[in-house]
Structure formats: C-alpha cells, structure tokens
Write a protein that binds this ligand. Sequence first.
Ligand code: TRP
Length: 333
Amino acid sequence: MSRQFVVSGLRPTGRVHLGNYFGAVRNWVELQDRYPCYFFVADWHALTSDYADPSKIRQATFDAIADWLAAGLDPDKSTIFLQSEVKEHAELHLLLSMITPLPWLERVPTFKSQQQELNDRDLNTFGFLGYPLLQTADVIIYRAAFVPVGEDQASHLELAREIVRRFNHFYGPVFPEPQPLFTATPTVPGLDGRKMSKSYGNTIPLTAGADEMRALVMTMFTDPNRIRRSDPGNPDICNLFQFHKLFSDPATIARVDRECRAAQIGCVDDKKLLAEIMIEILEPMRARREQIDRDPSIVWNALRKGNERARERASETLGMVRKAMQIDFPELR
Ligand code: TRP
C-alpha cells in the first residue's frame, strides 16, 4: 500500500448512472486497494449553483453514497465521507482565500462557461467564484498526491497546484502538489447517443431494476439509417453496440456485429438481448443497493466512520497550516 494519498469527490447529483460508474466510481474501487483513499460527496459544492433550491441535495447525497457502496467502495478500505461534515475544509478555504489573487479564479475556464450554460440562475456569487478554491481545499487538506478526475477538472487541479506553490512559498513546505489521475475511461453514450449526463436526461442508473432497465434500453437510439427490419445496420454508429462493448462477451459482440450488418438481428431483438445481459452483469450491485435501501443505516454508519477518519487527517493538516500562517494560539487550548 502506497503512502501517497488519493482524494476525489463528486457533487451530489443523485443515483449513480453508467457514465459516473465507468468514468469514475469503477476506477475508485480499484484505487482503494493501492492507496489510502478519501472519497466524498461535495454537498457544499452543490450549493454554489443550487443555492436557491437545495431541496434535492439531501436525497441525492444518500443515493450517491448508497450506490458507491453498492458499486464496491468499501468503508473499511476507503474513507467515504460528506464534505459538509468535515468543517476543516471550510477553514482551509477561508485561509487560502487570503492568498488567492482574484484573476486566478476569474480565468478558470469553468467559471465563465458554467455561468453561460446555467443561465437560468445568477452565478455571479462569491461562492461560485470560489468553487475551484474550495475544491483546492478539499484536495490539499489531505495532502493528496493524486486526484482521479475527468479531463473536465484539469483546470481546477491546475489552480490547486498554483495555490500550493504560492502557499509553500510564503509559509514553507506544507503541501505536496496534487497531480490529476486521468485514467482511460470509455465514453459512455446516453440513451440518445449524446454523452450520458444527468442534465441531458439520458442516463441509465447503475442499480436500475430489471423492468426499469428493459424499458430504458427500449428507448435507446440505434443506427438512424436502419429504418426497416430488412435494412442492414451499421453497428459503428449504433448506440446499442457501444453498450455491447461495455457489457457483452467477445463472442456476443462479434455475433451481433455480423448479424446486424446482415439484417439477421433486428434492433428490437438486439435491445431485448442487451437488456438481459446488462441486467445480469449489474445484478450484484442492484441487489446490494436493495439491501441498503432496506437498511439505510448502512449509509449513515459508513459516513459517520468516514467523517471521523477524514477529520483526523484534515485537522492534522490544519494544525500545520495554522502554525505556518502564525494564526495559532496553543495557550488557548
Ligand atoms: N468539481 C468536481 C466535479 O464537478 C467535484 C469536486 C469537488 C472534486 N471537490 C473535489 C473532485 C475535490 C475532486 C477533488 O466533479
């Protein structure tokens, strides 16, 4: 087991879908055997954009943790916690804000792009500008070496490294520079062929029940040029086939490829086949999720334990930070 620490988080967006699973969670499950890992739900980050309607955050947090556990994250191996329960993140965020030049935050590309994309609300807030600084605090408070994230988070990690250099330059070497860990992840298309994303409403939940899975797979887009059953299809542009590549065995993939091109298998037949394969492969995770829903204390207990472990490491770091910044009064403790 390495002594280098791994940290990653996700905003609470609800049930884990196949895009989240293949893009992040599956990778976390592998990392937990090799590194001390800290994985958390970033509920404060959810507030940076959803402050006017926080009504979904609580359930989304529960669903995320429940699915992480169902997917194989193990609270005995990883520290699984909730950001807002580890107040040390907030103190570090505040202290870092003192040394963070405004232009560094204003030029983070997601700041402007997200403001444009989420134009139904006012994101000209202090909290939203500070999003990547809070993320910096999330990472460096564990003195993390690696942060497994998608490419979309590259600029946030870049900022984290710049802040670390500035901090260490002023106050001495407290923090290592965190490196992103971009792992090769398959692109998972959504039901409509665009990238699978909650905001497109095209997701498939990792722990979908059998009937839900069958119904969802039936709505998948296939080769748009294949209109009649007798038309030969092109698996290369068929969404369904991408899922075969993720779930089916090589022989099935080869057979579907051949029979689709020869119009021997129809799209509906193929959907029925694929749905049953996905249901079977995902069954252990679905069953585990059902067990958690029958006993939600599994989630709360995992979090209580994780929060505690996270606080230990976070407060150790914060002690070093307070000393380095000379905001430290041991006489008062
Ligand atoms: N910004 C990340 C996302 O949108 C979530 C996040 C918050 C995060 N804090 C983090 C990721 C710290 C990695 C490390 O997915």
